[in-house]
Design a protein around this ligand. Structure first.
Ligand code: BJW
Length: 250
């Protein structure tokens, strides 16, 4: 095993509390496009046209067509080896998974108690009268009909249950993340680490004393501030260190 993997495996096997933050790269091997990079969604689409409250207010149908297209793509994707390892680790007390991904693949792999930092593409929420009641609903239909969908109780326009630029993170989600920062090892996997406040979590964990590591084939700007950077794909690294958490968090 590579030296860096050995170092990470050793840290994990001595850890009581392990927190993992994932981003789009963890789903890349499942065929889910990332946002940035040469084949990323933001190469073909402008975030300000599709992933802001302003864009939705201006043209809800166009925004929904984009989400509907992504939902139908995702419906055909399966969790990969990285999701599977994280699902196994989630069975251990002291393990927490935070994901920026809205694709639901961690849950499909069997991960327990996923903290969904940016929501879920499979959830809908009222954008009109019931907005603010905090109640979203799940709908896993690949193609929604009608488009844009409506809120069942009030008949108003519904939006996707995701967090757009300029929108606040759910305070309950932030509170759960805050508790997970007090850990022995914090692993940042498959994220470009440029979208805040998510990108700040690994640094906050380090300030609290965690050993911090990144797994990403392209080292990010955050990597220099972390204890370890492993420049390899998540689906290759995680199966090699699968046993490290099994023996530690019990
Ligand atoms: C692999 C791999 C393999 C490839 N294995 N790796 C501080 C400074 C500057 C700006 C801000 C700031 N604080 C807030 C902001 C503004 C803004 C922001 O951060 N902007 C930056 C872009 C500059 N943040 C916000 O607006 C956030 N809200 C907020 O701050 O609210 C404040 C507020 C308070 C009170 C009231 C009101 C407001 C919200 C951010 C929401 C982000 N939403 C999106 C869309 C979600 C819905 C959808 O899917 O449509 O979330 S944008 C998109 O980016 C998505 C992702 O979750 C997020 C992060 O992307 P991620 O996961 O890192 O993906 P990529 O593509 O960037 O990177 C993939 C990586 O994988 C790459 O590095 C590859 O190398 C790697 N990889 N294959 C491992 N096999």
């Amino acid at each position: 095993m590579d030296d860096r993997l050995q170092q990470l495996a050793k840290r994990l096997s001595g850890a009581t509390r392990v927190t993992v933050m994932t981003g789009a790269g963890v789903s890349a091997a499942s065929g889910v496009p990332t946002f940035r990079g040469p084949h990323g969604l933001w190469r073909s689409f402008r975030p300000e046209d599709l992933a802001t409250p302003h864009a939705f207010a201006r043209d809800p149908r166009m925004v929904w067509e984009w989400y509907d297209w992504r939902r139908s793509q995702l419906a055909a994707c399966e969790p990969n080896a990285a999701h599977d390892v994280l699902a196994r680790w989630s069975a251990h007390p002291g393990f927490t998974l935070i994901t920026q991904n809205v694709d639901g693949l961690h849950e499909r792999a069997g991960t327990r108690d996923v903290i969904r930092f940016h929501g879920s593409i499979w959830e809908l929420q009222c954008a009109e009268e019931c907005r603010g009641s905090g109640s979203g609903w799940e709908d896993r239909t690949a193609h929604l009909d009608p488009l844009p969908p409506r809120c069942p109780p009030c008949g108003g326009l519904a939006g996707p249950g995701v967090v757009w630029f300029g929108e606040a993170i759910d305070p309950a989600v932030l509170a759960r993340c805050e508790r997970a920062l007090a850990c022995d090892v914090f692993l940042s996997i498959g994220t470009s680490s440029i979208v805040y406040p998510a990108a700040g979590l690994v640094h906050a964990a380090k300030r609290l004393g965690a050993f911090t590591a990144e797994i990403n084939p392209e080292a990010t700007e955050a990597a220099g501030d972390l204890n370890l950077a492993i420049a390899m794909p998540a689906e290759d690294v995680l199966p090699q260190i699968l046993g490290s958490v099994t023996s530690s968090c019990d």
